[in-house]
Design a protein around this ligand. Structure first.
Ligand code: NAD
Length: 489
């Protein structure tokens, strides 16, 4: 580590520390040139013979090619899941639990390989994939393994049965974790699954197929079909599907709800969370919570704290601290263990964020961007916030899904509640205050599925997660997560 005596920000007379690069080796990952679908426990080439490239967003280099799923592939996967259903659902719960425990253990054993691959394919910092995505994915399998033989205790006095074949369509922001959120409870409850990963991040789901084989899971219990929105659309409307579980954008969620008529549906959609900082909060801690809330995973987080509601009396000092903190965030190589902010997931997502930047400026808001250099190749966007944002601005209403924070001030708790709830979404919120009583008072008034107090973006498999309003319905995680995959009578 090298030190420099030059102060980084004018007026702050302390030496800065420059970190020497500490990249994680990529050699642990063995990539194939191309990947087929995983159907009935076998690798099956796409019926159309078509493949598409998946790239590393930090370098724009092609990592591999994956199969483009069409109707016949979806049909074959649903058929395999139907064939496997009677055997899997009839297994004693303890046996299903053992299979899930094995998957969890293998994920732990191969966690470094998964973390490196997740960062290569998605652009997120290795620290996050290593310390958040992969351990939480394993934890979900562990947690639901424990429920598999106790389903009747989850719903006392009621009888439960699996729903059947579950179609599960997931996004690109937490690829393996979203697969675990979907597969673990579905399998514990005795369903069989067809999973459709997002087109820009299919690789960890395909590596998971290898884990499923290693764990000895019966063929057809989990099938993975890769492809785009068309593949997903074909899957959710397939007549052989009993249950549709979707995580993704609100627009697609609405379309899926229409197409999946007659099936059980759960939707985990977008968000525009308010992170509310009161004047009595510990401001330094709040700054860490704001940074974690919006710059974690480049802001590609459905529950990101993308609106900062700060009490007027402390707004100036909080923003000064925030600017200082942002200027010390390290942006760059996702595989470097020092990196705080990685690459934007795709060119399309980068364009979308840039469009919102233009909208914010045009609406009259004032922009601040972290003073970090952006690498020449790849998709990059610096941590950003806008001040002077009003409730009617698009920046305050629409989900950007990038490292862009809209700052809004308030004077009273009532005003904070009104502004926080003034959004079509209702997924999450954060409250920062020194007063326990204020936390409880606010909690009851927030229209959001998850509310964090003096912390943000904390997840645990035992805790249900999900939204209100346009953020969707149904819960994932905890005992509530079982209900999404069971017929409870
Ligand atoms: P997206 O809706 O574009 O795509 C999500 C998935 O749906 C992908 O696998 C895609 O191929 C598939 N898909 C696209 N069109 C489809 C269609 N017509 N029918 C069926 N499947 C289709 O979303 P995205 O851009 O990948 O992800 C970002 C969105 O996901 C954000 O809005 C974010 O808030 C949301 N998200 C929500 C949660 C949550 O738990 N609430 C978690 C992560 C992400």
């Amino acid at each position: 580590m090298a030190t420099s005596t030059e102060p980084k920000a004018p007026g702050i007379g302390v030496p800065t520390w420059d970190y020497v690069a500490a990249p994680e080796a990529r050699t642990i990952v063995q990539l194939a040139d191309r990947y087929d679908h995983y159907i009935g426990g076998e690798w099956v080439p796409p019926s159309s013979g078509k493949y598409f490239a998946t790239i590393d967003p930090s370098s724009e280099g092609v990592l591999s090619e994956v199969a483009l799923g069409e109707e016949a592939d979806v049909g074959a996967a649903v058929h395999a899941a139907r064939v496997a259903l009677p055997g899997w659902s009839a297994l004693p719960g303890a046996e299903r639990g053992k299979a899930l425990f094995r998957i969890a253990r293998i994920l732990q054993e191969r966690s470094r390989e998964f973390a490196v691959l997740e960062s290569m394919d998605g652009g997120k910092p290795i620290r996050e994939s290593r310390d958040v995505d992969i351990p939480l994915a394993a934890a979900h399998f562990f947690y639901y393994a424990g429920w598999a033989d106790k389903l009747e205790y989850a719903f006392p006095g009621r009888s439960v049965r699996p729903l059947g074949v579950a179609a599960q369509v997931i996004p690109w922001n937490f690829p393996l974790l979203m697969a675990a959120w979907k597969l673990a409870p579905a399998l514990a409850c005795g369903n069989t699954c067809v999973l459709k990963p997002a087109e820009t991040t299919p690789l960890t789901a395909l590596l998971l197929a290898d884990v499923l084989r290693q764990a000895g899971l019966q063929p057809g219990v989990v099938n993975i079909v890769t492809g785009d929105g068309g593949t997903g659309a074909g899957l959710v409307r397939h007549p052989g599907v009993d249950k549709v579980a979707f995580t993704g954008s609100t627009a697609v969620g609405k379309e899926i709800y229409r197409r999946a008529a007659g099936k059980r549906v759960t939707l985990e959609l977008g968000g525009k969370a308010a992170n509310i900082v009161f004047e009595d909060a510990a401001l330094d801690q709040a700054v860490e919570g704001i940074v974690n809330g919006i710059y974690f995973n480049q802001g590609h987080v459905c529950c990101a704290g993308s609106r900062l509601l700060v009490q007027e009396s402390v707004a100036e000092s909080l923003l000064r601290k925030l600017r200082h903190r942002m200027d010390h965030l390290i942006l760059g190589d996702p595989l470097d263990k020092n990196t705080d902010v990685g690459a934007i997931n795709s060119r399309e997502q980068l364009s979308r964020i840039q469009e919102y930047q233009a909208v914010g400026v045009a609406e009259g808001a004032e922009i601040y961007q972290a003073s970090c250099a952006l690498p020449e190749k790849g998709y990059w966007y610096p941590p950003t916030f806008f001040t002077g944002v009003s409730q009617s601005h698009r920046l305050a209403q629409e989900e950007i899904f990038g490292p862009v924070l809209a700052v809004i001030t308030f004077r009273t708790p009532e005003e904070a509640v009104e502004k926080a709830n003034n959004t079509p979404y209702g997924l999450s919120a954060g409250i920062w205050t020194d007063k326990g009583s204020k936390i409880f008072k606010m909690l009851g008034k927030m229209r959001a599925g998850v509310v964090w107090a003096n912390t943000f973006n904390k997840f645990d498999p035992t805790s249900p997660f999900g939204g209100y309003k346009e953020s969707g319905f149904g819960r994932e995680g905890g005992r509530h997560g079982l209900a999404a995959y069971l017929d409870v009578r």
